[in-house]
Design a protein around this ligand. Sequence first.
Ligand code: RIB
Length: 307
Amino acid sequence: MIVAIVGSIHMDFYIRLPKLPVPGETVLGHGFTMLPGGKGANQAVACSRLGAYTYMVGRVGNDIFGEKLIENFRKNNVDTKYIEVDKTTHTGIAFILLDEKTGENMITVAPGADYNVSAKDVDNAMDAISRSDILLLQLEIPIDTVVYAAKRAWEKGVRVILNPAPAASLPDEIYRYIHVLTPNRVEASLLTNINIESREDAVKAGKLLIDKGVDYVIITLGAEGSMVISKDFVRHIPAYKVEVVDTTGAGDAFNAALAVSLAEGKDIVEACRIANAAAALQITKLGAQSGLPTREELEEFLRKHRQ
Ligand code: RIB
């Protein structure tokens, strides 16, 4: 199995808080820590831990964070050949406020080098992308680069998964290149103008996205599980119940496990069930990558929690 990711690479700055602030409010926290993050990077590390040969395509700045993050990829056996060190700006940074009671967060990102990831970077990595079973994309790099990468992969017959996070609208052109689109409730609402409050709303939104040209839509609904929607069927896949420490990276674990499962030939419903399990494991630890399961851990979890 080979998965390529074109996306963001961040250093995440965490503060744990008794409650999240409202605008204008200062809340005293504790437990400051820096951990590797970025949706692209998290998904790459997750794919590698699950046993896929993984290419990361992206950029870091010429600074200590970039060095540490490349070291982290190497430790996790991610191929770093297509990561550029960008001398013009800083490595992408995220500030994460974590509510230690609920595990919910607030995140803000200074993209830095992420926003210089270009069509040229995609062209340079086309050898790797063409060889991949799946190309995995998110929205923390310029949208033009996302569209270009999706198009080039599609032309080569490589299946594209787009995780449309953080929420943003998409150009109509991109839908036809996408095999699976994986919005959460908020992202799906933004893409379709349908306010998603129930499973029925999710199905309506999913069908609309299918009509735009996507093969499958999976709308993730947090504790309520996921809806798999295609032209021919709709399935609800329940979530696994775990003790939540930090929800950061749940979507990344989900998308990576989905990519690896589809790469190894699982059908979309089974792949979604496995992805739900990976997301459940990820949220049991602090940090966007700390809870990303190895293949053995994921298989063990699935054995214990047969649905
Ligand atoms: O999906 C979680 C990630 O979003 C964090 O690691 C942070 O860097 C932001 O990009």
